[in-house]
Design a protein around this ligand. Sequence first.
Ligand code: TXA
Ligand code: MG
Length: 301
Amino acid sequence: MDWKEIQKAVEILRNGGLVAFPTETVYGLGADASNEAAVKAIFRVKGRPESHPLIVHLHDVDQVRRWATSVPKAALDLGRKFWPGPLTLILKKAAPVSKKVTGGQETVGLRVPNHPVALALLQKFGGGIAAPSANRFGKVSPTSAKHVRKDLGKDVDFILDGGSCDIGVESTIVDFSSGDPVILRPGGLTRERLEKALGRPVPIRGGGPVRVSGQLESHYAPSAKVVIVPPEESKATAARLGKKGKRVVLLTRKDVAARKLYASLRRADESGAQVIVVPLPEEAGLGLAVADRLRKAAGKR
Ligand code: TXA
Ligand code: MG
């Protein structure tokens, strides 16, 4: 760990600047969650509508009470069990939490990321860091500092480089704000582990009144068109599209393992692909999140 870099990042955050930082899922574009002007800058740089809420990152489960109110015991238990880790809890927001962060809603998303650089930054900073994934709105999330530099360039004041992200897909979002837990976005914490911990099935919500940007039809999308096929049909599909004169990149099952997914989509784009043919993974474990992101990448533009 380079403590000088952490210190520099903390100073930038205290002055209302933007710092990109690594987490175990994807890189985040961070700002002081209690500084409205800094939070506004996130939306500007991402090109994200202000109605789409941001996750507040904390260094410890004990900070939850400062950001949320009427926290159900089951939610707190999950935080204690899985944090630091790829879990985001949606809870009723505490009164002082700015609606700039929550997209105008009465709920707030909280998470303690499991990455030594992120935790060092959060600890030194002390407060909450609001951070969406460090990419432009609707595009593929970054899983390396290089991705962030390429996407955001000079629009971010500082980038902490923590290498490639271990998990590679975003956190699992679990909403406790209206009683029983519901998965709003499958992610790095598998549904299986979540259900085992809660001792009950947890439904996945599609659509609904809560604004979750990842629920737009097209999201997490590369420039090339994404075509998802059953694994046994992928070669034939790629060949057929190739014959039609399209520049096709065929990804393998290994290419779309969670940890490699976003880098593979970016590489295909950079190679000038017009169509990316992708075998749909089995929708269990991390495959559930991968399939979710692939469907959104293939969604209507
Ligand atoms: O793994 C992750 O979660 C990464 C890293 C950086 O922590 N962050 C991330 O942030 O994926 P973002 O902004 O790209 O996606 C966060 C999702 C969005 O779909 C947002 O709408 C939803 O979380 N969200 C945040 N607060 C919410 C709330 N109060 N109610 C419903 N959805 C919320
Ligand atoms: Mg995102």
